[in-house]
Design a protein. Structure first.
Length: 501
């Protein structure tokens, strides 16, 4: 019986394929995995590129390996795709060859172009239409750059001879041997070209960003049939029946399906996505308005905020300051102290994001005394995860988002029980970590399983119970600590702008 789903998880540093089967409890569980690392290219300062052909080859290879490990393609019902968002590809429609390296989401080469649009006063309109601020992060300015950089591409675009797309669009094109040029609405919501409310491309935005409508893929919902695989590639014409950007797929993976549900992924950085319900919510705190998912008649919108340095603060304690030799040591060190001793670490290594938006801010340690030792700094590093999360949640509340009930977490840092308890205490919320951690791949698998009829809804049916942390801290203590944190953030901002102090 065809009961397996092949989830492709194309990330910034690796490409993975995971086979999921339906579990008797009703959810999905993994049965096989294959992974290949992806080379990063840094041709200039601020530029980050991937080889789209390498991404395709790795996808094919990991899919073939997982199909073999799982017992053959006849067992599979459908493919679901999740991907690094915003990364942009331009290719030749006739040959299927990339015409340039893919421009990765982190790439800042179009900062002048988006800065010019902001200076001309276009940001309020773009934000109202798309939920996004004007920033090189999003795909539209990257598409335009590619069309300008490749000789003849603009002329050929008008004739339909070249195509653009984000990574899921590129992979669907390759998997269907050039018969489907489609994107899903979550990935489209990261381009700056899609109207967030109608989930359609906007010709005025296409014109503003100088991206011809003719090169854009068709937008589909997240569990729609995106196309069928060319049978020669994987051994069968498997339908591609689900797609979503990685953070959105994680939201679905966590089963954060109702307004007030939210997930945060604590990796190198941290990404908060909060479900705000069936209609978009505009942000006054420069959080990003985005689509959580759209399936059939059902859509959930979200607000998103990111923390630039989360796990990277722990990496710095280990590799920079060398006060720990392994990340996990930080937990026992922090727990060995009765409190933070008044020490705060603001990990503004690459500036501060929402709600501060201080790109020039830098890391700061405050409150040192003669009694302060390495453990205080380690503890302050772990505590900073919670304070930064709280800042994002405060921004959400300010934007009128529904009050959160539970914060679902995943990512490497969630192995740290001290940090997770402190998040629960400072945010005054229950924190829940699922036993199975691959939320992104699970989300893609759920969407495809729903699309093909293997499961009836996107609800969470965990095979093992999650770990939970409940808040214990007194309100007065929380306020005292937050006051200390806010003072430290002010110090970090002042240090970056000494003339304004
Ligand atoms: P990414 O996907 O961004 O590479 P991961 O989800 O793999 O990140 O998480 C890796 C991060 O988690 C690293 O920055 C590491 O320092 C941090 N980390 C791993 N284990 C722990 C731990 N026990 N305590 C604190 N941080 C940890």
């Amino acid at each position: 019986m065809k009961s397996l789903i092949l989830a492709i998880d194309q990330g910034t540093t690796s490409t993975r394929a995971i086979a999921f089967e339906t579990a008797p409890e009703g959810g999905l569980r993994p049965v096989a995995v294959s992974q290949i690392a992806l080379e990063q290219h840094f041709p200039h300062s601020g530029w980050v590129e991937h080889d789209a052909a390498e991404i395709w080859t790795a996808t094919l290879q990991t899919c073939r390996e997982v199909i073999r490990k799982a017992g053959g393609v006849w067992r599979f019902a459908a493919i679901g795709i999740t991907n690094q968002r915003e990364t942009s590809v331009l290719w030749d429609a006739a040959t299927g060859e990339p015409l340039h390296r893919a421009i990765v989401w982190q790439d800042r080469r179009t900062a002048a172009a988006t800065g010019k649009l902001a200076a001309a006063g276009h940001e309020p309109m773009v934000q109202a239409a798309t939920g996004l601020i004007l920033d090189p992060y999003f795909s539209a300015s990257k598409f335009a750059w590619l069309l300008d950089a490749v000789p003849g591409a603009r002329d050929r675009a008008a004739k339909g001879e070249v195509k653009v797309g984000t990574i899921e669009t590129w992979l669907i094109w390759k998997l269907t041997a050039g018969t489907s040029h489609v994107t899903d609405a979550t990935n489209a919501s990261r381009t700056s070209l899609m109207d967030l409310a109608t989930r359609e491309w906007r010709s005025d935005l296409a014109e503003l960003f100088h991206v011809p409508m003719a090169v854009l893929p068709e937008i589909r919902n997240c569990a729609d049939r995106m196309g069928d695989c060319e049978p020669a590639l994987l051994g069968a014409a498997l339908p591609i029946h689900g797609a979503a950007g990685d953070q959105q797929a994680a939201l679905v993976g966590h089963g954060a399906l109702k307004a007030g549900d939210a997930k945060i992924t604590y990796g190198t950085g941290a990404f908060l996505v909060a479900n705000v319900g069936a209609a978009p919510v505009g942000s006054t705190s420069r959080l990003l308005g985005t689509l959580g998912y759209a399936v059939g008649e059902d859509a959930a919108y979200a607000l998103e905020g990111s923390i630039f340095s989360a796990g990277s603060a722990i990496q710095w304690l280990r590799d920079g300051l060398k006060v720990i030799t392994e990340s996990r040591q930080s937990e026992a060190m922090a727990q060995g102290l009765k409190d933070n001793g008044g020490v705060y670490l603001v990990p503004g290594f690459t500036g501060l994001g929402a709600p501060w938006w201080e790109p020039e801010a830098r890391g700061t340690i405050t409150g040192l005394t003669r009694d302060s030792g390495p453990a205080h700094i380690v503890r302050a590093g772990l505590e900073s995860l919670a304070y930064q999360t709280r800042d994002l949640l405060d921004a959400l509340a300010k934007d009128g988002a529904p009050r959160l009930k539970v914060l679902k977490v995943d990512g490497g840092v969630t192995a740290n029980a001290f940090a997770m308890q402190f998040v629960a205490d400072i945010c005054d919320l229950v924190v829940e970590r699922p036993a199975f951690q691959e939320m992104t791949a699970l989300g893609a698998a759920k969407l495809a399983a729903l699309g093909v009829g293997l499961i009836g809804d996107l609800e969470d049916h965990p095979v093992d119970p999650p770990a939970r942390w409940t808040p214990h801290m007194e309100a007065a203590e929380r306020e005292r600590l937050l006051k200390g944190w806010r003072g430290a953030v002010r110090a970090a901002i002042i240090a970056a702008n000494p003339d304004e102090a």
